[in-house]
Design a protein around this ligand. Structure first.
Ligand code: GAR
Length: 205
């Protein structure tokens, strides 16, 4: 069993998929803390529903929020094994990323390295994919480093979007895949099956 800290800014459907699998015994991982840059969001509603500690984080003074450096202390105290960005739309500070190297992963709603980088999040991604007339899209789980969407890729899944009629339709199809891919990768961490080689990342069967 590994302990997770999950960051989310919005609806929290990826957090929900992790929680569902965790509570039904299909994922050997426990969500210890849910963190958001927002004081109210779907992810926090889920945390309340499941009785999970929730924390608002801010890089400036904000009532009721803690700083990223305080968060680092908490991660150590709570023995967090893996930090999961599940729809977190803020960049993490360099110190956090450096101090938890290879322990921070992100899910991105496209096939990186295409359609990534600053400003490429949520519907912006799907609108860009649609307007390029891409025939496939998908989801990527990757390590987080100090550049947006740049860390090594751990796992990807493709989605056929050749008949998709809108960015919203692409978003819906990709999200379904995300809900399977992210828990899959977390389980691989739990099983010690994510191997970080000098050349590439391998996920063992
Ligand atoms: C997901 O599609 C996730 O991949 C995306 O935000 C959505 C959050 O949905 N993340 C990014 O775009 C990060 N670059 P959710 O709140 O329902 O999980």
């Amino acid at each position: 069993m590994i302990n997770l800290a999950v960051f989310a800014s919005g609806k929290g459907s990826n957090l929900n998929s992790i929680l569902q699998k965790s509570f039904s015994g299909n994922l050997n991982a426990k969500v210890e803390i849910v963190i958001s840059n927002r004081t109210q969001c779907g992810a926090f509603e889920l945390a309340d529903r499941y009785g999970i500690k929730k924390i608002t984080v801010s890089d400036s003074e904000k009532e009721g929020a803690i700083s990223y450096s305080e968060l680092e202390v908490l991660f150590t105290e709570r023995e967090i094994d893996l930090i999961v960005l599940a729809g977190y739309l803020k960049k993490l500070p360099e110190s956090l990323v450096n101090n938890f190297k290879n322990k921070v992963i992100n899910i991105h709603p496209a096939l990186l390295p295409s359609f990534g980088g600053k400003g490429m999040y949520g519907m912006n991604v799907h609108t860009a994919v649609f307007s390029k007339s891409c025939q496939v899209s998908g989801a990527t789980v990757h390590f987080v480093d100090n550049i947006y969407d740049n860390g090594k890729i751990i796992a990807q899944r493709c989605v056929d979007i050749s008949d998709a009629e809108s960015p919203e339709e692409i978003a819906q199809r990709v999200l379904e895949v995300e809900h399977e891919l992210l828990p899959y990768v977390i389980q691989k961490f739990s099983d010690n099956k994510v191997i970080i080689g000098s050349d590439r990342v391998r996920v063992l069967n």
